[in-house]
Design a protein around this ligand. Sequence first.
Ligand SMILES: NC(=O)c1ccc[n+]([C@@H]2O[C@H](COP(=O)([O-])OP(=O)(O)OC[C@H]3O[C@@H](n4cnc5c(N)ncnc54)[C@H](O)[C@@H]3O)[C@@H](O)[C@H]2O)c1
Length: 345
Amino acid sequence: MGKQFRVLQVGCGGISNSWLTALTGREDVIIAGLVDLHKNHAQDKKDKFNLSCPIYTDFEVAIEEIKPDLVIDNTIPEIHHRVVTTALNAGCHVFGEKPLADSIEHALDMVKTSATTNKSYAVMQNRRFLKDIRSFQSIIANQQIGALGFLGASFYIEAHFGGFRDLMDSPLILDMAIHTFDQARFISGCDPVSVYCHEFNPPGSWYKGNASAVCIFEMTNDVVFEYNGSWCAKGSVTSWECDWRAMGSTGAAGWDGKSLPWYETNSDPNNRFPSDYDKHVVDIKSNAATGHAGCIEDMMNALIKGVPAQTDCKDNIKSLAMVMAAIKSSQEQRKVYLHELIDLS
Ligand SMILES: NC(=O)c1ccc[n+]([C@@H]2O[C@H](COP(=O)([O-])OP(=O)(O)OC[C@H]3O[C@@H](n4cnc5c(N)ncnc54)[C@H](O)[C@@H]3O)[C@@H](O)[C@H]2O)c1
């Protein structure tokens, strides 16, 4: 058997179930400790996953005593900077939940700390690792619709969360759009250049802040990515993965986030307004792990090989910057260039 990584799990709330399910199923991982501010949260996970490790309420004490190889950060966004920089400076690698950080300033400091300590910080983007998104991405990557010119994503959900999201200024963009923006980078293979974002709170909304938004991103390779979404849709809802449309130089592709993606090509050249195309449904038929387990598999493989994971912080900061630039654009009512926030070189 290869190396076994001693893992410290920090934050034992809702999402830690997905992490611990994947991690406890791996032979290259030993859960060496659990941390949560609320001791009963850590104890619940210890019992649920039948673990024999110690539990802590202070992550700094736990890192000092356990000396883990790898820290899992499943705390809330405001705490990510403290957990990640403490762990990196203590010589640990870190895998953390999205978002990378709660601000661009914190994100830049975390990327810098990862570089100076020569330790990995990789961020969970589970929606990149769904089987059907990989089929959709393969249509674009294999140029089955030619050169990509436009990518559109619609996100309409009627979400009655209650709690903090109902009171946030930008619940849709700040809390959810990171998933879609990161998906758009994955699908298109392009990086963001600029954004114009208009946030609004439509009639009937039960949110205090702006629960709907439209964004136009200019991407590299002259691709335009358009996002429109709402947390307060009263019908005609989409999947949580979005409803996608891609336009290429020789065809079009779509994915509703629920069924297999498809593309259409070859219209009748003699018809001035064609409506019949050859339709192809695409299924990459992969047995690879999906969702959280798939992203963790990629992170672990990268760690073992000593290469950056697909969602390494140095790359993932571009997805976070799309969120922060969209909010800046909405607040300042102007087009914002990503280079105003981060160095894209
Ligand atoms: N990838 C996804 O699909 C997905 C889904 C949900 C949440 N998330 C992300 O996961 C993270 C956690 O979300 P959640 O839904 O599990 O939240 P949660 O509130 O259920 O859990 C967070 C836990 O962290 C603990 N915690 C807070 N501060 C701490 C500290 N200083 N030290 C130790 N423990 C601390 C809390 O006590 C709580 O048990 C967030 O960043 C969130 O955005 C991702």
